[in-house]
Design a binder for this molecule. Structure first.
Ligand SMILES: *Cc1c(COP(=O)(O)O)cnc(C)c1O
Length: 419
């Protein structure tokens, strides 16, 4: 792609963008009477315009039908999780039975570890990326302790080489091989929240299987950001949240994936609840837990309608656009931001980009290490209507989101940064 740094170029790219109309389907916060430059979709996605309507519909449904709402109308609450399944499956490259939406992300990570981390004195290690999102670190640490192992020994972190910012696939694979027979689970973030690095999930999954371990991924920063093929990559389990790239609102529900080879094994240990119980017999209220086939068999509770309704609106939009079309735009949009940033660095090195240069190893986010003046720079951007994200000690994370960000947004951002 040939970029240039004129505003005309950005405007032309927007005019030619087949997804440009989607921007109008979101609410942007305002700054001095104008839309902010919103680059924080990696943290909390914007509100889709259909959310208020669906919430009012569900409130009406409740008001009019009360308990009968479970069985009436176009979206009976009883089956709500099913209305999210086909779109979720396409979003992450799964079969419908392999996914379900339930609970929230960290809760689901624990529930999946209950099934997939069953350490023995011989095989008890968890391999993960160094600098994983803190909630994932705490989840792994407490899982290990709960089973009576020592995190210092049981958790193996793969770190960047000296002088490097991101991980090499070969180092990840080597670490898995090295701890092979002691490894129970390889658990990585799909995209690292800090550097924006997208890991080679297929290669990690294969390496884990080669040593007899399970491969699981936290896709909080990958779902809705990159096309995924969880089924084909033979990933054992995965979970993601819906409020970052998936724009489903603060604290929104989480999706899980369990590969069919496990989902169809009722003997796989798990924590049970009535919503995971055979739905034909759910209301017989009898003794004895019989999990449903597929990921649905990990559900505990009945659907959180008021959280799932916005997610339904958002998932339908992703389904309509398709991850391939989003990725096509995303490659151009983030490539454009990278081009403009590099241009500013031409004369003298003002900042570093931590995110890999190889587009195959990143989604839309770029992490800019802005050095000593980073915080001041960030504050200047904020004062001028940019919403980005600051991570101590020196990193500004910006995510040009292909669904609602424009090339002109990126140009305006770069222009402010240059100033
Ligand atoms: C955002 C994020 C979380 C947050 O977890 P919640 O349970 O939804 O609060 C966890 N892990 C990763 C990798 C994240 O990016």
């Amino acid at each position: 792609m040939e970029y240039n740094d004129s505003l005309d170029f950005a405007k032309r790219m927007d005019a030619e963008d087949p997804l440009r109309a989607y921007r109008d389907r979101f609410y942007f916060p305002q700054h001095n009477g104008k839309d902010v430059l919103y680059f924080c979709g990696n943290s909390l996605g914007l509100q889709p315009k259909g959310v208020q309507e669906i919430l009012i519909e569900e409130l009406e449904h409740w008001r009019q039908h009360a308990v009968e709402g479970h069985f009436r109308g176009d979206r009976p609450w009883m089956y709500y999780h099913k209305f999210l399944r086909p779109q979720s499956a396409r979003l992450v490259g799964a079969k419908e039975d392999e996914v379900v939406v339930m609970n929230t992300l960290t809760t689901n990570l624990h529930l999946l570890m209950v099934s997939f981390y069953r350490p023995t004195p011989q095989r008890y290690k968890i391999i993960m990326e160094a600098g994983a999102f803190p909630s994932d670190q705490y989840a792994m640490e407490t899982q290990v302790k709960w089973h009576g192992f020592d995190p210092a020994e049981a958790i193996v972190e793969v770190a960047p080489r000296a002088g490097e910012e991101t991980l090499r696939s070969e180092d990840i694979i080597e670490t898995i091989k090295k701890h092979g027979e002691q490894t129970a689970v390889v658990m990585f973030g799909g995209v690292n929240y800090y550097t924006g690095q997208f890991f080679d999930l297929a290669a990690i999954s294969k390496a884990a299987h080669d040593v007899g371990a399970y491969a699981g991924f936290d896709l909080a920063h990958a779902a809705g950001n990159l096309p995924l093929k969880l089924h084909d990559w033979e990933v054992d389990f995965a979970c993601w949240c819906s409020y970052k790239y998936l724009n489903s609102g603060p604290g929104g529900p989480s999706g899980i994936f369990v590969h069919e080879r496990h989902g169809n094994n009722p003997d796989l240990p798990r924590f049970g609840g009535w919503w995971g119980h055979d739905e034909e017999r759910r209301f017989l209220m009898e003794k004895g837990f019989h999990p449903m086939k597929g990921a649905a068999g990990w559900q505990l509770s009945n659907a959180q309608i008021l959280a799932m309704a916005p997610h339904l609106v958002s998932l339908n939009m992703f389904d309509e656009v398709g991850m391939d079309a989003l990725r096509e735009k995303s490659l151009k949009l983030t490539g454009y931001m990278e081009f403009l940033l590099r241009k500013m660095n031409e004369k003298e090195q003002r900042f570093r980009i931590l995110t890999p240069t190889d587009p195959a190893q990143r989604g839309c986010q770029l992490s800019i290490a802005a050095g000593e003046d980073g915080k001041r720079l960030f504050e200047h951007l904020t004062a001028n209507g940019v919403i980005a994200d600051w991570r101590e000690p020196e990193v500004i994370r910006v995510a040009p989101v292909p669904l609602y960000n424009s090339f002109e947004d990126v140009w305006q951002f770069a222009n402010l940064l240059r100033q």
